[in-house]
Ligand binder design. Structure first.
Ligand code: GLU
Length: 508
C-alpha cells in the first residue's frame, strides 16, 4: 500500500530564517503538493538556551509572504499537535525510558567539568575525545557503575543525561534519495545525548519521536544533517519503527557566489544581497539584516530563484509559477553538489516578474516612494508611468531613476548631449515646435508624434538632432521611453514650459 506523503519543515527558532532554510521548506512544499500530501510546520525549540524572541513569528510571516502554505502546524493546528516541541515536553520521557529499559540507551553522570578535563588530556596526547563504544567503559555511566551506585545517584537527584548506545562494529546504511547509499560504521559515532535530567529531550530524540508520531513519510532537509542520520536510522531500529521509517533526502548546500564555502548568515549584507526573506532586527544588538521583501523582491521571484538553487527541470524553461513548480519538481533532479548563489540571476528573475506583475500593484508601491519625495500624483497617472518604464527596471526602487521626469522638471541638462546636438538654430526650431504643440488640441502620443514628425520632414531638419534636443529639454538627459509618450503624459502646458526653460538655460 502506498503511504500518504507527509513532510515537515522543522526550524529551530534561533533567529531569522536563512534562505537555505526557505529553500528546504519550498522543496518540501512542492513535494507534498505534487503528491497530494501534507506539509507541516513543526517548531523545534528544545534547546531553550538558543531561543530568540520573535523568531517563530518571523518564520510564519516569511512563509505567508512567499505563498508557501502549511496544512498543519504551529499557528494552524491539526490532528497531530501540539506542533511546538516545548509544548510536547512531557511526552518525550517515556521514549527515553523505553530506550533505557531495552538497553539502547544509558544514564551518564559525568559532569561538564569532568568531560572537559578528559578532553584536555586527550588533546595533550594529540587525540580526539569522543564519548563512544571505546571510551564509555571508563566513564561514569550506568554501563560502568554498579546497579546500586546508579540507583543511589538517581535517588539523590544527581544530574544526568541519557545517551544512545551505539552497538559496536555495525554498518549503518542510509538510502538517501539524492545521494544514494551512504554507509557508516557505528564505531566512528559518538553516543549522542538524547535526554537530560531537566526533562528536556535533545533535537535527536524529539525529532525522531515527532516524525514517527506525526507519520512523516519523507525527511527532506539540509546536508548538514547527514552526519546525524546514522543515529536517526538507529533510533528507528531501537524503537522498532523501522518499517515506517521516513525516506531521507539531504539537500546540497547553498554556496557563496564564488563557490567558496557555505552561504552564511553573515554573508548577506557583506556581499550585497539579502540572505533572509524578511528584514530582521536582532532583539539583543538592534543590528538590522536586510530582507528580500524590503529590498524590493517580488515573492514569486524569490520562490523561482530558490527553486533553481539546487534543482532544475531539465528543460530551457526558467520562469515557473508555483503551480508549474509543483508539477515539474522531482527529487531525482536535485543536484548532489552545492548551489552557488548568483546575484545577477536573482535580479534577472525579479526583472522578469516585475514585467508580469500588475501595473496597479507596482504603482501602489511606487506611490509610497513618490509620497516620500512629497510628490502627489494620481494612481492612474502613476500606473501609466509604470507601464511605460518598467521594462527598464528590475525593482520598484529603480522606477524613480527611470521616470522622475514624469513628475518634475529637469534641474540640469546633460552636457555631452548639449555639446553634440545643440546647434545655433536649435532654439529657433524648438520655438517653432512650441507653436506647433500649442495649436494641437488632440494631445495624444500618436497625434503629437505625427504632427511634429510631419513638421520636421517638411522642413528637412535633421531628425536625430532635433529629437535629441527635444528630449533633452523635457527629460534633461538622453534616457526615457518614447518621447511623445512623455509629451502626452505631462501635457501641453508642461511640455511648452519645459522647452522654454531649456531654451533659456542652455546657452552655448
Ligand atoms: N530543527 C532542525 C533544524 O533546525 C531540523 C532538522 C531536520 O529537518 O531534521 O534545521
Amino acid at each position: 500500500m502506498n503511504r500518504r506523503v507527509r513532510v515537515r519543515f522543522a526550524p529551530s527558532p534561533t533567529g531569522p530564517l536563512h534562505i537555505g532554510g526557505v529553500r528546504t521548506a519550498l522543496y518540501n512544499y512542492l513535494f507534498a503538493k505534487q503528491n497530494n500530501g501534507d506539509f507541516l510546520l513543526r517548531i523545534e525549540d528544545t534547546d531553550q538556551t538558543r531561543f530568540v524572541p520573535g523568531a517563530e513569528e518571523y518564520i510564519i510571516e516569511a512563509f505567508k509572504w512567499l505563498g508557501i502554505n502549511f496544512d498543519e502546524g504551529v499557528g494552524i493546528g491539526g490532528e497531530y499537535g501540539p506542533y511546538r516541541q516545548s509544548d510536547r515536553k512531557p511526552m518525550y520521557k517515556q521514549y527515553a525510558d523505553e530506550l533505557l529499559n531495552s538497553g539502547w540507551a544509558y544514564y551518564a553522570f559525568d559532569t561538564p567539568e569532568e568531560l572537559d578535563s578528559i578532553r584536555k588530556q586527550y588533546e595533550a596526547e594529540k587525540k580526539n575525545f569522543q564519548y563512544d563504544c571505546n571510551t564509555r567503559g571508563a566513564l561514569r555511566n550506568s554501563l560502568s557503575l554498579s546497579k546500586e551506585e546508579v540507583e543511589e545517584l538517581l535517588h539523590n537527584n544527581v544530574p544526568y543525561v541519557v545517551r544512545f548506545k551505539f552497538p559496536k562494529d555495525t554498518e549503518i546504511l542510509i538510502n538517501d534519495l539524492i545521494r544514494g547509499e551512504v554507509k557508516m560504521n557505528s564505531n566512528l559515532l559518538d553516543d549522542k545525548v538524547l535526554y537530560k535530567s531537566d526533562g528536556m529531550p535533545t533535537y535527536h530524540l524529539a525529532n525522531i519521536v515527532d516524525d514517527h508520531l506525526m507519520e512523516i513519510s519523507h525527511v527532506i532537509r539540509g546536508e548538514e544533517w547527514l552526519p546525524s542520520c546514522p543515529l536517526h536510522v538507529m533510533l528507528y531500529e531501537a524503537f522498532g519503527w523501522k518499517d515506517t521509517m521516513p525516506e531521507f533526502a539531504h539537500l546540497p548546500l547553498l554556496l557563496k557566489p564564488d563557490g567558496n564555502g557555505k552561504l552564511s548568515k553573515r554573508d548577506g549584507d557583506r556581499l550585497g544581497f539579502p540572505v533572509f526573506p524578511l528584514q530582521w532586527t536582532d532583539p539583543k544588538t538592534g543590528d538590522i539584516s536586510s530582507g528580500y521583501r524590503e529590498s524590493g523582491y517580488i515573492p514569486e521571484a524569490v520562490v523561482n530563484i530558490l527553486a533553481f538553487l539546487g534543482w532544475n527541470p531539465g528543460t530551457e524553461q526558467e520562469i515557473f509559477s508555483m503551480q508549474e513548480l509543483v508539477e515539474a519538481f522531482s527529487i531525482e533532479r536535485i543536484s548532489k553538489s552545492g548551489a552557488k548563489f548568483d546575484l545577477e540571476k536573482a535580479k534577472w528573475y525579479n526583472h522578469k516578474y516585475l514585467q508580469i506583475a500588475s501595473n496597479i500593484e507596482i504603482a501602489k508601491q511606487f506611490d509610497l516612494i513618490l509620497k516620500d519625495k512629497q510628490i502627489n500624483a494620481s494612481l492612474d497617472y502613476i500606473e501609466k508611468v509604470v507601464s511605460l518604464v518598467k521594462e527598464r527596471c528590475s525593482f520598484v526602487s529603480d522606477l524613480w531613476e527611470q521616470s522622475s521626469f514624469f513628475f518634475e522638471k529637469p534641474s540640469s541638462y546633460d552636457e555631452k548631449i548639449i555639446q553634440k546636438r545643440w546647434k545655433e538654430d536649435t532654439p529657433e526650431v524648438l520655438k517653432e515646435i512650441i507653436g506647433l504643440l500649442d495649436s494641437v488640441s488632440d494631445f495624444t502620443t500618436e497625434n503629437t508624434d505625427k504632427i511634429v514628425h510631419a513638421f520636421i520632414e517638411e522642413r528637412q531638419i535633421n531628425m536625430g538632432q532635433i529629437m535629441n534636443c527635444l528630449r533633452l529639454s523635457l527629460v534633461g538627459a538622453g534616457k526615457g521611453p518614447n518621447l511623445f509618450d512623455i509629451v502626452s503624459m505631462i501635457g501641453k502646458e508642461e511640455s511648452i514650459e519645459r522647452i522654454n526653460k531649456a531654451i533659456e538655460a542652455i546657452k552655448k
